[in-house]
Design a protein around this ligand. Structure first.
Ligand code: B3K
Ligand code: ZN
Length: 863
């Protein structure tokens, strides 16, 4: 065990910083192992107190410190592992510090580090303190000017804002000078230096200003940035139209790097991206990659207003920028790709990640009230549930009042670091509605359960709806309040006609009753349309009602949902030992009918064909038995593959496109349906099907089709698997992003020998644990997406994960911590499995020298 007990940071302890940093001048003398950073901070005391100046700083070698040009002697300041403290300062002064840092040794990938021979930074949330001494907190905004000096072998020297000077220096060195006119918190600082190719374009904003756009990538990769550039321009235009937000600098830059702890970062004017979320062409990227790139490019761009121009007062307000920005990027994707399909995908992701988090030991409110490491709070709850809250706000207020509230927020808080309360106040004021109850959505953890029962009075033609809600206790919150839950409800007749259009019922107390008159015949309820609130819904619907919805609900989300619910109940029944064979056949029949519906888009049919995932099923059965769920799900797959064999083969053939590749949503939808058919066909691998799948894989000309062929062959196992994997490796071993897919396909392999194979892959020469993409492709994919094998009854899967966590924690705590969650769910599993999971968590928690990041999650998972 660690001997020191790290102290949590609490929202209740927030105090403004007693000094303003009016300007920040940084001079970087770059060198791989000994970079010098000089910082000149123009500081003014705010308020009357005589508090000392305390700056954050970690892993810095302090060379000098001076006030107004006078060097301080050792007794005038104090340095510990995390701070520089100066007890007595003038009220207004310039503080100059000089430090040395070692970017080449930085494998934590936070602060200034090296990736592929170039310098880059990641400062959110608390990386800036490993670059220089500074008040590293989001409410200290300062105007930055930056000078970078480096070897000429690093031709591009980039930072935030506008380039105001560059030129040669003595020897083989050169410099660049950058000025960012917008005050910003330190977490938005960025620097990149390296040999890069650039793809250039421009965008004319709504007020007629021309903005230069530049995307920097590895030499030779510029063509692969074209889709990101196109996405950026569409996002810039969309934000003007949908939110009235215009870009504000003359230059917008994005840089792609291979070694990055997460997806991307919205640094002012200089976004830095994980190359996996920026580089794409049809040969090496799948449609899912294209889709993610479009969404993440937009997300980071949208942060320019929701995050940068208006930032967070403290890190407890993280959802202020993240939840809102996810809502904005989801709305953008819905406009680009079709609202229903996008909504289904967003809800699938929400349930898989956020509902799981909310049901476990790491459940926390969208605005938490304490943390040990803020890095651990970049969670699905802050992001995805944070976005759902904004969506509900829009549903409750209506689009016009919502937009007025946004306008007021942008107007009132521009240039500030603010709070969730201030944000909600804008909507209350703009709409005239009292939103005080709504705020509980931010403060209460856990997924609410909503139950709706109905009573139809034939004679009076009245439908009575009884709605109730409850939320189970979560850690630290034993008693829950009722929340205002918008439930979108419509009615269908038994032959699928519309009886009543969608209406929002606001369930804002424990239980309520609604009476609808004029309902001319016994109705079928279509509730929670479009997934109008992030809740678990139970109704008194019978399977026959669900089949009506599955065949005819005009709300496509609920049509999909009806199919998922039917499939889920069949799988859970079989896993629980009470299979319903007749029901399974009926489901396969209904699915077949849905697949031939001419009116439905291929992208939607592809989603219908996907059965509930194993992790989702585990969440719905307690205690979960992953192997039983896997086997029961497989039985249903086989039944569908056999029952619908001809149809699946026909669709698989029809969806093949002969023409040139297009990345648009329509073409991607056809590929998705074809690949979903291939996946289902693989459940019945007789000779004809097998040769069809081999043909699919061998003939594939783009990565979507190739992965769509590879994975079914991996599932089938045997010689087909070995051959396909061998061919894939030989073709792509020089392409890191594609090789990640090779590792991931093997981590998802459902065959019984997979754990040994995954362990062997950690010794493969191409396995680089210091690269987060590669590590996640293998280890995280296995632990999260292969439950039947991860939960091996011997506990070997858990042991493997714990060993990986401990090994990675030595150099990259942030990434190690992200691997803890699959073990944290131990209470929800079969007791024998749960005990083995717990044992591994205990082994982790007892490890000496554990990082705060991993310690926080392991400890919370155990208590
Ligand atoms: N704001 C960053 C996330 C930073 C994560 C720090 N651990 C990317 C984003 O959400 O847009
Ligand atoms: Zn974000």
């Amino acid at each position: 065990m660690r001997t020191d007990t790290p102290q949590p940071v609490r929202l209740a302890d927030y105090r403004p910083f007693p000094f303003a940093i009016e300007t920040t001048r940084l001079v970087f003398d770059l060198s791989a192992s000994a970079t010098r950073v000089r910082a000149e901070l123009a500081i003014r005391r705010v308020g009357a107190s005589a508090e000392p100046l305390v700056l954050n700083g970690e892993r810095l070698k302090l060379l000098s410190v001076a006030i107004d040009g006078e060097a301080l002697s050792a007794n005038q300041y104090a340095v510990d592992a995390e701070h520089l403290t100066i007890q007595e300062t003038p009220d207004q002064f310039v503080l100059t510090t000089e430090v040395e840092i070692d970017p080449a040794a930085n494998k934590a990938l936070t602060g200034l580090y090296m990736s592929g021979g170039r310098f880059c930074t990641q400062c959110e949330a608390e990386g800036f303190r490993t670059i220089t001494y500074f008040p590293d907190r989001p409410d200290v905004l300062s105007r930055y000017s930056v000078r970078i000096e480096a070897d000429a072998g690093l031709p591009h020297l980039l930072s935030n804002g506008n380039l105001v000077g560059e030129g040669p220096l003595d020897g083989s060195r050169h410099f660049a000078e950058w000025v960012d006119p917008f005050p910003k918190p330190a977490y938005l600082f960025a620097l990149v230096a390296g040999d890069l190719d650039v793809l250039t374009d421009s965008f004319v904003t709504m007020s007629g200003r021309e903005v230069a756009l530049k995307i920097f990538v590895d030499p030779g990769q510029a063509a692969r940035a074209a889709y990101a550039l196109d996405s950026l321009k569409r996002a810039m235009k969309w934000d003007e139209e949908a939110f009235g937000r215009e870009y504000d600098l003359d230059l917008f830059m994005i840089v792609a790097v291979r070694d990055f702890n997460f997806g991307a970062m919205e640094n002012k004017g200089l976004n830095i991206f994980n190359s996996s979320l920026l580089l794409a062409d049809p040969e090496t990227a799948t449609d899912a990659d294209f889709e993610r790139i479009e969404a993440v490019v937009a997300h980071e761009y949208f942060h320019n207003w929701t995050g940068n121009r208006i930032t967070c007062r403290d890190w407890f307000q993280l959802c202020l920028k993240e939840g809102f920005t996810v809502f904005r990027d989801q709305s953008f994707s819905a406009d680009m790709r079709g609202a229903a399909v996008q909504r289904i995908k967003d809800v699938k992701a929400l349930r898989a990640r956020q509902f799981a988090e909310d049901a476990g030991p790491l459940a926390h409110p969208v605005r938490p009230s304490s943390y040990l490491k803020i890095d651990n709070f970049y969670t699905a709850t802050i992001y995805e549930k944070g976005s759902e809250i904004i969506r509900m706000l829009k549903t409750i207020l209506g689009a016009d009042a919502f937009r007025k509230g946004c306008d007021l927020y942008f107007d009132r808080h521009d240039g500030q670091a603010t709070t969730v309360e201030a944000f909600i106040a804008c909507f209350a004021e703009a709409s005239g509605q009292d939103l005080s109850d709504f705020f509980a959505w931010y403060e209460q953890a856990g997924t609410p359960s909503v139950t709706i029962t109905t009573d139809y009075d034939d004679g009076a033609q009245v439908l009575t709806l009884n709605l109730t809600q409850s939320t189970a206790p979560t850690p630290g919150q034993p008693v829950k309040k009722a929340l205002p839950i918008p439930v979108a409800i419509g009615l269908l007749s038994h032959n699928g006609e519309v009886l009543r259009e969608t209406e929002i019922v606001l369930l804002d107390r424990q239980s309520m009753t609604v009476r609808w008159a004029g309902v001319a015949q016994p109705p079928i309820l279509s509730a929670l349309r479009g997934f109008s609130a992030p809740v678990n819904l139970t109704t008194d619907a019978r399977p026959s009602d669900r089949y009506v919805l599955f065949g005819a609900d005009p709300d496509l989300f609920n049509r999909w949902e009806a199919g998922q619910t039917l499939a889920r109940d069949l799988i859970l029944a079989r896993a629980g030992g009470t299979p319903d064979e007749v029901g399974e056949e009926r489901y396969a029949d209904a699915l077949g009918q849905a697949l031939v519906d001419e009116a439905a888009e291929p992208a939607f049919k592809a989603l219908l064909l996907g059965l509930p995932s194993e992790p989702d099923l585990a969440l719905m059965s307690e205690p979960a038995d992953p192997l039983a769920l896997h086997e029961a799900r497989d039985v249903l797959r086989v039944r569908i593959a056999v029952h619908l064999g001809d149809l699946l083969r026909r669709l698989h053939g029809e969806m093949q496109s002969a023409g040139a590749f297009s990345a648009d949503a329509k073409a991607a939808g056809r590929r998705a349906l074809r690949n979903a058919c291939a996946d289902m066909i693989s459940a019945d691998p007789h000779d004809e099907n097998l040769s069809r799948l081999i043909g699919h894989y061998d003939a594939s000309r783009n990565m979507t089709d190739m992965i769509g062929g590879l994975y079914p062959l991996v599932c089938i196992g045997g010689a087909a698997r070995e051959k396909a994997l061998g061919k894939f490796f030989d073709s792509w071993s020089a392409e890191p992003l594609v090789l990640d897919k090779w590792f991931a396909a093997q981590a998802r392999d459902p065959n019984a020998d997979v754990l040994d194979r995954v362990m062997a892959l950690t010794r493969h020469p191409a396995f680089e644990p210091t690269n987060p993409n590669r590590l996640r492709a293998l280890v995280s994919t296995f632990a999260n997406y292969n439950p039947a094998r991860f939960h091996d009854p011997s506990g070997a899967g858990y042991r493997f994960l714990a060993d990986q966590i401990l090994a990675v924690d030595k150099f990259n705590p942030m990434t190690a911590a992200r691997l803890v969650e699959p073990l944290g769910a131990w209470r929800r599993y079969r007791p024998d499995l749960g005990a083995l999971m717990r044992q591994e968590l205990e082994r982790i928690a007892a490890h000496p020298d554990l990082s705060k990041n991993v310690l926080e999650l392991a400890a919370k998972s155990l208590t």
